[in-house]
Design a protein around this ligand. Structure first.
Ligand code: AVI
Length: 312
């Protein structure tokens, strides 16, 4: 049994305001649903970042200012779809670099590596499976400079203090010349943001409810999925999309392996996810709090998203 997950379930579902972390969304099924989300027309984040990395690769390389071979270390590489454009550009322009995708999922890394070997046979690739920081520490002992990639607005899923701690850890594991390219979703017309998370076909709802299916499977729980719904809300003032699972009736759920019964009132919520949107001025503050300064912002043409280059 996964112990941290077990503890987090008990802690989250017995709290006054129930909560479960979105980091548990990503079992194999959840990862597949997330791929579906990234292909939805409403989920503009993927297209925006794809556009930046397709059209501005050369500007990004110029801003790196590495006058020697370097490593590109991608934290949470996933399917590597967006990164492909950057890698392709570098290979085609004969830049000397080594790509180190890191992911916690062996399956994701195997698929990505096979795909890249086929599509970019000249790419030098050293995939790693495991914890970001363990691998980052090993890599920082390397002599050659590194560009860290933390794309997809993953930083938006962290509460402010946690985001600062995470970025500080990146900073501590970087050498003076290393750089961080971080993808961040920007504040924009609230309806556009709302539609990206409240999609009409209910893919994001499935993504959230899959967490209950996962708990049923891994902990012998008896969540009746049809008795729960999904709700999300975007607050344009603070840039926070908050997602929830809603209990449609007063009910009890037994989680056998945790020897626990959880009571839900009708319309009671489980908070599952934060997806924070930032203004450029807020990104400056965030970078400063984690001891970085910003070298460039690379924005898409609609100004929906930024891949920002941070230096120590
Ligand atoms: C992975 N992360 C940046 C996504 C986001 O936009 O917060 C996860 C997601 N949740 C709902 N849709 C997509």
């Amino acid at each position: 049994m996964n112990n941290t997950f077990a503890k987090d379930i008990i802690k989250g579902l017995t709290a006054e305001n129930k909560h479960l972390s979105s980091k548990y969304f990503y079992d194999d099924n959840g990862s597949r649903i997330f791929q579906e989300i990234m292909q939805m027309p409403e989920y503009y984040l993927t297209d925006s970042e794809f556009e930046i990395l397709s059209l501005q690769s050369q500007q990004i390389v110029d801003a790196l200012d590495f006058n020697q071979p370097f490593n590109i270390i991608e934290l949470g590489a996933g399917d590597g779809f967006k990164t492909f454009k950057l890698l392709e550009h570098l290979v085609n322009t004969e830049v000397e670099f080594n790509y180190v995708p890191i992911d916690i999922s062996q399956e994701a890394i195997t698929i990505l590596t096979e795909k890249l070997k086929k599509r970019l046979p000249k790419l030098s690739i050293q995939p790693k499976v495991g914890d970001y920081f363990e691998i980052l520490k090993e890599e920082s002992e390397n002599e050659i400079p590194s560009l860290l990639l933390f794309l997809g607005s993953n930083v938006g899923n962290y509460l402010e203090d946690q985001a600062i701690d995470l970025l500080k850890l990146f900073n501590q594991n970087m050498n003076v010349n290393d750089k961080l390219l971080i993808g961040i979703d920007l504040k924009k017309n609230p309806i556009t943001v709302h539609n990206a998370y409240y999609d009409k076909l209910g893919v994001t709802k499935r993504f959230n409810l899959n967490l209950l299916i996962r708990i049923n499977r891994e902990f012998d729980a008896n969540f009746k999925i049809d008795d729960f719904d999904f709700y999300c809300h975007y607050n344009p003032l603070n840039g926070e999309v908050k997602s929830y699972i809603v209990s449609l009736k007063s009910q009890e759920v037994h989680i056998q392996k945790l020897d626990t019964t959880i009571a839900f009132e009708q319309n009671e919520l489980i908070w599952t996810e934060l997806s924070k949107k930032y203004a450029l001025s807020e990104i400056e503050v965030l970078a400063g709090q984690a001891n970085f300064s910003i070298k460039n912002h690379f924005l898409d043409c609609k100004h929906y998203f930024t891949d920002s280059l941070w230096v120590k």
